[in-house]
Design a protein around this ligand. Structure first.
Ligand code: FES
Length: 119
């Protein structure tokens, strides 16, 4: 079961995510307080991220939350996306606000990388 390194552009953090886990599950394993609680099923849109580098496979995503243009620009729902390579990911919209606010509160150093082994 391959595991990939996911870098969050907003905070500079990295985490490991197996190809069988969604990007959101991997993010939650960081135990960060800033991860918004959403539906985890592609329906609410709070977990939207943009893939800046690397490849993912996705399950069906609601067009209400990821338009064709969003998708063309690399936006996916983290709860519906699985890594196929190391990734650079930028949280957008609500997810970005939550992560960046929590990072500031937790004193996250944007240059620090939190390497954690895959569970
Ligand atoms: S958590 Fe609701 S769309 Fe991802």
């Amino acid at each position: 079961m391959p595991s990939y390194q996911i870098r969050i552009s907003n905070t500079g953090e990295t985490y490991a995510c197996a190809d069988t886990r969604t990007l959101l599950e991997g993010l939650e394993a960081l135990a960060r307080s800033g991860i918004p609680a959403g539906c985890r099923g592609g329906g609410c849109g709070v977990c939207k991220v943009r893939i800046e580098a690397g490849t993912v496979r996705t399950k069906k995503m609601s067009r209400c939350h990821v338009s064709e243009q969003d998708e063309a620009e690399g936006c996916v729902l983290a709860c519906r996306a699985y890594p196929l390579s190391d990734l650079q990911v930028r949280a957008v919209e609500k997810m970005a606000r939550c992560i960046e606010r929590a990072g500031a509160r937790d004193g996250a150093d944007p240059l620090r990388s939190a390497h954690r082994p895959a569970p």
